[in-house]
Design a protein around this ligand. Structure first.
Ligand SMILES: *Cc1c(COP(=O)(O)O)cnc(C)c1O
Length: 388
């Protein structure tokens, strides 16, 4: 593993799980914001970033916001999530996915993941709906709780695409809106189509540890003009355009991404292909160095998909928490910053009473997997020696 990273093991410096890659242009774009004083939530970089992002993902609209959690919250609200409704989520995700459902007023309902992709399993989804759901007047209800199930939100885990066609078909059968948590999946494709373009709308994150970072940031993607217009209106305090009047026609949010953040994001978006090439190269090195070790399984992209390999994941099939933690301990001693998966959502105190199906695979993955250092800089050197 150390060889894959070009290290001997005697280094004193920590190899981080994921650090940003900032090209030279990040400094000049940021300086332009400072020089012109356009640092806040209006400015040309926001529009440029949104346009470039939409083009990159082959989607009609991208709306930049302050983080991925708010992007998800807006998506849920647009899909009709409100007090007394349920949203189907994978048991394994970063806490933000479930938090955003609650911020929109809804209740998370957890579904198991599949073994290969670590994303929501279409079979588990279908099984659970057969078990608890029924359609009344065209609306899907949970018979056990009496609440309507209005949305399903698969998450593309570590950049690996979920089985989107399987999930879409189940969602359609039950009349449920599909929203993608594509926070980790910028640049990944499934059957040649960009992630974040399968659902009615989707959320990206540009947090500091993601493939592309704006410091903090996120985006909503959608092909639907009406949804995009609503998202723009709601995320910018629901202000009615006017030359001088400040009039707002509903209770909106102040979620717009500031120009300074968009400037840094745009610089990285311009080198996204290089960043992804670096990720794929690093994955290849891990694959070579771990091949032949049958007790470790390095997670690979499925044949129908291209992963951005945001984080590489190695699985120790059948190990328990104690064994996992002893490997974590060893890796920490080698100065490699590794992480287990997030604690499954249904095991967190605030979600332990939420409805759920069987979460056997979710629980096993939490115990068996370790996420490996995956910064693009570990494979290729893009970072400049800047001078401003
Ligand atoms: C990063 C992330 C988010 C959003 O996070 P923010 O920090 O709010 O940008 C949401 N879901 C998943 C799965 C994530 O990894």
């Amino acid at each position: 593993m150390l060889a894959a990273l070009g290290k001997s093991g005697s280094e004193t410096e920590l190899t981080l799980l994921h650090e940003p890659t900032l090209p030279e242009s990040a400094w000049s774009y940021a300086k332009e914001c400072l020089d012109t004083k356009w640092v806040s939530s209006a400015g040309a970089f926001v529009t440029d970033f949104e346009n470039q992002l939409a083009k990159t993902c082959s989607v009609k609209h991208a709306i930049a916001v302050v983080n991925g959690t708010t992007a998800l919250q807006v998506c849920f609200s647009l899909a009709g999530v409100q007090q007394g409704t349920e949203v189907l989520l994978p048991g394994l995700s970063f806490v933000a996915t479930a938090n955003a459902v609650c911020h929109a007023g809804g209740v998370p309902h957890f579904i198991d993941i599949d073994k290969q992709r670590n994303g929501m399993s279409p079979e588990a989804l279908s099984r659970r709906l057969d078990e608890v759901a029924e359609i009344q007047n065209g609306i899907c209800f949970n018979r056990e709780t009496g609440r309507p199930i209005v949305a399903v939100c698969p998450m593309h885990c570590l950049g690996t695409p979920c089985d989107m066609h399987g999930l879409l078909s189940v969602a359609k059968q039950w009349g449920i809106a599909l929203i993608e948590d594509a926070a980790e999946a910028l640049g990944s494709t499934h059957c040649g189509q960009h992630l974040g373009t399968f659902g009615v709308c989707s959320a990206l994150s540009f947090n500091g540890n993601k493939l592309l970072t704006t410091g903090g940031g996120g985006a909503i993607l959608t092909d639907e003009d009406k949804l995009a217009e609503r998202a723009r209106h709601l995320t910018s305090t629901a202000k009615i355009p006017h030359k001088w009047e400040s009039i707002h026609d509903e209770i909106g949010w102040n979620f717009r991404m500031p120009n300074l953040n968009a400037a840094i994001g745009l610089a990285q978006l311009e080198i996204l292909d290089e960043l992804i090439a670096a990720k794929r190269l690093l994955h290849e090195r891990y694959r070579k160095s771990l091949s032949g070790l049958s007790q470790f399984v390095l997670h690979e992209e499925p044949k129908d998909s291209q992963s951005n390999y945001w984080l590489n994941c190695v699985e120790f099939v059948g190990c328990d928490l104690e064994e996992r933690d002893s490997v974590m301990e060893l890796l920490a001693r080698k100065k490699l910053q590794c992480r287990p998966f997030w604690k499954p959502l249904h095991q967190l105190p605030m979600f332990e009473n939420c409805p759920r199906g069987s979460l056997q695979v979710t629980d096993a993955k939490y115990e068996n997997c370790i996420l490996l250092p995956s910064s693009p800089v570990l494979a290729i050197d893009i970072q400049p020696t800047h001078s401003i």
